[in-house]
Design a protein around this ligand. Structure first.
Ligand SMILES: Cc1ncc(COP(=O)(O)O)c(C=O)c1O
Length: 412
């Protein structure tokens, strides 16, 4: 059975608010799945007490949060102690920068990329500067925006402490081969590895055990859920780092690196994303015996097949044109192209194109999308930036047809 898009669209109430709007700014934040809304509403209506206090409703509130945490650790194929749910990816990485830099000093080296969103670049850069650490940049190809692992290779030394890179850039839209890059790093340095999965996870919840990285972050508000940041910290790494919460909370693995404290209802609602995927799994008749992580991987093949069709239709339109410059790979042949497609119009400003598209009922945007450095290195002025069309599995072929006809009229 192909992905049943009509079925799953019914799980997103906001998709039906305005039938004239094609929402294609999902990389900025997705619509929320019904099971998430249900848990959030139920928690706030009936369980709005301090959790874990010992009386019935308080215990239920704590249990709802525990279920979200254990569900997500099973989904990601990690130990529950390795999961932190914090307010956002930017804040999680900010906190981790305080922890990591305490162990850094002159003589150490770290590597960041030119491709990343600022939240996986600036914090490490500033922490390195303050600690007197040498910072190296893994450059992108200035034409395509792609990262080449062969260019990383000579940057790695026995002094490299960390390498920070993205699973998929939110403007370049091409998936980086994380296992291959991790092998290269491990074979040529003692470095730890941090991967930003924010632009990747909405298309594929990863099996983290298979990736072999030390830190992995993504944001559930882009994965059909509440505004929370998921952070994986490998167990042995946690022992090496100074905790960042109140001293009496250090023994709680999920509180150690979250000084904000848990946002109770939001944490509980994280489970709704898994309930949504589980419902899809059953609807598509996935095999009964699979583990939670294997179920998500099974579902991913169906989602990827659908998303590839959406991306192919857009890229087939944009790529041959002489008035647009598409970032990243201009085709889906290699299976590593996400449905986040950004382009620079060459005969109009990105602002003009986005505005005209919006006038035609297409919910798109323009700008640098906090990938300011990536656009600058590609010779694109970040202020006007690029037009970004970012689709997810609930977007339909009909959505793409409407986007294409608006593009045709706008670009001329
Ligand atoms: C690729 C990427 N990384 C990191 C972030 C930061 O995530 P958050 O908004 O949860 O701080 C974003 C947000 O847009 C992003 O697109």
């Amino acid at each position: 059975m192909d992905l049943d898009v009509a079925y799953l669209r019914a799980q997103f109430p906001q998709l039906h608010d305005d039938p004239d709007l094609v929402f294609c700014s999902n990389a900025g934040g997705s619509f929320v799945a019904s099971p998430v809304l249900d848990i959030f509403s139920h928690y706030n209506r009936h369980m709005r007490v301090q959790p874990y206090a010992g009386y019935a409703v308080s215990n239920q509130a704590g249990q709802a949060m525990d279920e979200a945490r254990s569900g997500w650790s099973r989904a990601l194929n990690i130990h529950p102690d390795e999961l932190t749910i914090g307010p956002s990816t930017s804040l999680n990485s900010y906190v981790m920068a305080q922890a990591l830099a305490r162990n850094w000093g002159p003589g150490d080296e770290i590597i960041v990329t030119q491709q990343d969103h600022e939240s996986n670049h600036g914090v490490w850069r500033y922490a390195a500067e303050a600690a007197g650490v040498t910072l190296k940049e893994w450059p992108i190809d200035p034409v395509t925006g792609l990262l080449d692992p062969q260019i990383l290779y000579p940057l790695l030394t026995d002094k490299t402490r960390w390498v920070f890179f993205t699973h998929c850039s939110n403007v370049v839209g091409t998936v980086n081969p994380v296992p291959e890059i991790a092998r290269l790093i491990r074979a040529n340095s003692p470095a730890r590895i941090c991967v930003d999965g924010v632009a990747y996870a909405p298309h594929h919840i990863p099996d983290l055990a298979a990736l072999d990285v030390d830190m992995y972050l993504f944001s559930l508000y882009k994965v059909f859920g509440p505004h929370q940041g998921i952070m994986y910290l490998r167990r042995d790494l946690q022992g090496e780092l100074p905790p960042q919460s109140h001293f009496f909370l250090h023994q709680d693995s999920h509180k150690r690196f979250n000084p904000a404290g848990p946002q109770h209802a939001q944490v509980a609602a994280c489970r709704g994303v898994l309930d949504y995927f589980q419902d899809l799994y059953v609807h598509h008749q996935g095999p009964e015996s699979a583990t939670p992580s294997a179920r998500l991987q099974w579902l991913h093949t169906k989602i990827a097949a659908h998303e590839q069709k959406l991306a192919a239709a857009l890229l087939d339109f944009l790529e041959p044109r002489s008035d647009t410059r598409v970032l990243g790979k201009p085709h889906v042949r290699d299976g590593d192209r996400s449905t986040t497609i950004a382009f620079k119009p060459l005969k109009k400003s990105a602002g003009e194109v986005a505005k005209a598209m919006q006038g035609a009922g297409i919910g798109t945007e323009h700008g640098h999308f906090y990938a300011y450095r990536a656009l600058s290195h590609m010779g694109i002025k970040p202020e006007d930036g690029v037009v970004r069309i970012s689709l997810v599995h609930y977007n339909s072929i009909a959505d793409v047809e409407r986007i294409l006809s608006a593009l045709e009229r706008t670009l001329g």
